[in-house]
Design a protein around this ligand. Structure first.
Ligand code: HEC
Length: 150
């Protein structure tokens, strides 16, 4: 499974590098999940979330998924589950926030990992359900903790 994921990650670097310049709020570079895990700034973490997940949120209303979409799901799942969601569970990212912040980050990590497993099996219905939950977690944390800025 590791080797398969490695292939997906490599693929995602190419995609991210190619598309980054088109997006105003793109991350500063194409991070690997292990680099993303050590990020210290929440705004950069969130730019990665937007870059990885926003193209997938329309999956919530789709009924069929091609292989490229499953690859995209695995890439996003690895970047979040093995990268950004871990960065969010430690300081300095979590430091200014109340304890619920880390609870949301753990929840995000768990569902990102489930998304990765569903996508690897090409289980569209489960992947779709996980993406809907992830979307809900993004919105719930923003509603509770994003504004006013601490
Ligand atoms: C644990 C809480 C939490 C979760 C989960 C979370 N966010 Fe955020 N997000 C925040 C906070 C807090 C900010 C404001 C950061 C700041 O002060 O710059 C933010 C800001 C953002 C921004 C604006 C970034 C910028 O350029 O300044 C985007 C885009 C974003 N989040 C997307 C997402 C997406 C997509 C998800 C889900 C995959 C997500 N976030 C999950 C807490 C969260």
């Amino acid at each position: 499974m590791r080797r398969t994921l490695g292939g997906f990650v490599l693929f995602s670097w190419a995609v991210v590098t190619f598309s980054a310049s088109a997006c105003v709020n793109a991350p500063r570079k194409a991070y690997t999940p292990s680099e993303a895990r050590t990020l210290r700034r929440i705004d950069e973490v969130m730019r990665i979330h937007a870059e990885q997940m926003e193209p997938l949120f329309d999956v919530e209303t789709r009924t069929a998924f091609d292989d490229a979409t499953f690859v995209q799901m695995e890439t996003a799942a690895t970047m979040i589950g093995e990268g950004t969601a871990i960065a969010m569970q430690g300081d300095p990212v979590a430091q200014p926030y109340p304890t619920q912040f880390v609870d949301y980050a753990k929840d995000l990590q768990a569902h990102a990992r489930s998304l990765g497993q569903a996508a690897e099996k090409k289980d569209g219905a489960s992947a779709q359900a996980e993406i809907a939950v992830i979307h809900h977690i993004c919105r719930a944390c923003h509603a509770e903790l994003r504004a006013p800025r601490p």
